[in-house]
Design a protein around this ligand. Structure first.
Ligand SMILES: *Cc1c(COP(=O)(O)O)cnc(C)c1O
Length: 427
């Protein structure tokens, strides 16, 4: 599939049936796999042969879908995880251990922020958060001798900042460290971070990739471009023998292209068990088959709604990288030439009270914490996810009380604009 264009990979990547085999990816609903001899099975446990023995580590359905996502991102290997949280944790923990340090953009998803700042900290892994707008000098200054990974989001959820991937990759590589980019919001249809220097790409497939709000999941893709052996002292997990597999060294046995995903599967998935179910992988693939058709419509609706809100007298400001007035318009043009996604945020004049009235009056757009599926939804953090905070605390956190995050779905944009217009009239 590697010679085909992205749209073709969305539809047919990852799985090519042979004569007489199922046309659609089969759901291998089996926890275990049968072998004729113990020797056959032993080879799998020694990582001497590739194959399946237990679905906690690998399952054919998952592997077909992971291979499709890897092709779409322009990577060499991929794996599915039970959630986006698991994908980000595995991508970091595969190369970090107690005593390691991470440099991360501060503009990231709240769940990932907690994962890195609180949970991984308890494991003895330190972090320095940097502004996505930091200069190269400021980014360089955040690195330490024990830094093992740099992390950021292409379009951050919910701040909608656009990451300067080339700048981050350049700094990471100057320190002999890989750049991990969470590409959930644009999806590979709108941005392929590997083409800009990212080494590992992660996804919450729960969002646009699934796209219908049916299955929680995650994915990790390796570019195969990071030379672990050239930084042997930093990555002992990949570059020194793993005694639990009779002393194999991942970077030697599986090479630069196979080491990262093989270790994450054979070691982390074995021990932590955050596998996606084959049924969920099947749903995910249905979403992927139309991703290239859906994303342009999410962008079209997001752009139309953003422009409408920007021109409205009751709206104080709008954040959307497709707007000329947006701080990230130029970076958006560079990294997201086809547009970013359907998520727009706006601040209503009149703060919390205005937002509350606006949300109550919506007819088509539903109130949900979710984003990025076919149906338009909205969230006012001040009255929901962040309701314990005062207006002053919210302002300090960069989440004004009147902020509404809108995830534009696939409906007719005129109906969406009419819904927002009538809701604004009640404010
Ligand atoms: C939702 C989200 C996650 C977490 O994914 P889950 O599938 O909910 O675990 C991670 N990163 C980004 C950018 C997200 O939007």
């Amino acid at each position: 599939m590697s010679n085909y264009r992205l749209d073709t990979k969305c539809v047919q990547g990852g799985y090519t049936p042979k004569n007489g085999e199922p046309r659609q990816i089969p759901i291998v609903q089996s926890t275990t796999f049968k072998y004729d001899t113990s020797e056959d099975m032993g080879k799998l446990f020694d990582l001497e042969a590739s194959g399946y023995f237990y679905t906690r580590l690998q399952n054919p359905t998952n592997d077909y879908v992971a291979a499709k996502i890897a092709e779409m991102e322009g990577g060499v290997a991929g794996m599915l995880t039970s959630s986006g949280q698991a994908a980000n944790f595995f991508s970091l923990f595969n190369i970090c251990e107690t005593g390691s340090h991470i440099v991360s953009s501060s503009s990231i998803y709240g769940g990932t922020f907690n994962l890195i700042a609180v949970t991984m900290k308890k494991m003895g892994i330190d972090v320095t958060f940097v502004s996505p707008d930091a200069t190269e000098e400021e980014l360089n200054a955040a690195f330490r001798e024990n830094t093992r990974a740099m992390f950021g989001e292409t379009i951050a959820n919910p701040a909608l900042t656009v990451l300067d991937i080339e700048k981050f990759a350049k700094v990471a590589h100057a320190h002999g460290v890989p750049l991990i980019v969470d590409n959930t919001f644009p999806t590979p249809v709108n941005c392929r971070p590997i083409e800009w220097g990212a080494d590992i790409v992660t996804h919450s497939t729960t969002k646009y990739m699934d796209g219908h709000g049916v299955a929680v999941g995650g994915a990790i893709v390796d570019s195969g471009k990071f030379d672990w052996m050239a930084h042997k002292d930093k990555y002992p997990g990949l570059c020194t023998p793993d005694e639990s597999y009779h002393g194999i060294t991942y970077a030697e046995k599986f090479g630069q292209e196979g080491a990262f995903i093989t270790k994450a599967t054979a070691q982390l998935m074995r021990d932590l068990g955050s596998i996606q179910s084959p049924q969920h992988a099947f749903y995910l693939n249905l979403g992927l088959e139309s991703l290239h058709v859906r994303m342009p419509r999410h962008v079209e609706n997001g752009q139309a709604v953003a422009e409408f809100l920007e021109s409205h007298e009751k709206v104080a400001s709008v954040t959307y990288s497709g707007l000329k007035s947006d701080k990230y318009y130029e970076l958006g043009k560079k990294y997201l030439p086809k547009g970013g996604c359907g998520v727009v945020s706006c601040e209503l004049k009149g703060g919390r009270a205005a937002a509350e009235k606006f949300m109550k009056a919506l007819k088509l757009a539903a109130i949900e914490t979710h984003v990025a599926d076919a149906r338009t939804c909205c969230l006012n953090p001040a009255t929901s996810t962040h309701r314990q905070m005062t207006d002053e605390q919210l302002a300090a956190a960069g989440i004004p009380a009147g902020l509404v995050r809108i995830s534009c779905g696939l409906e007719d944009k005129e109906d969406l604009i009419e819904d927002f217009a009538q809701a604004l009239r009640t404010v």
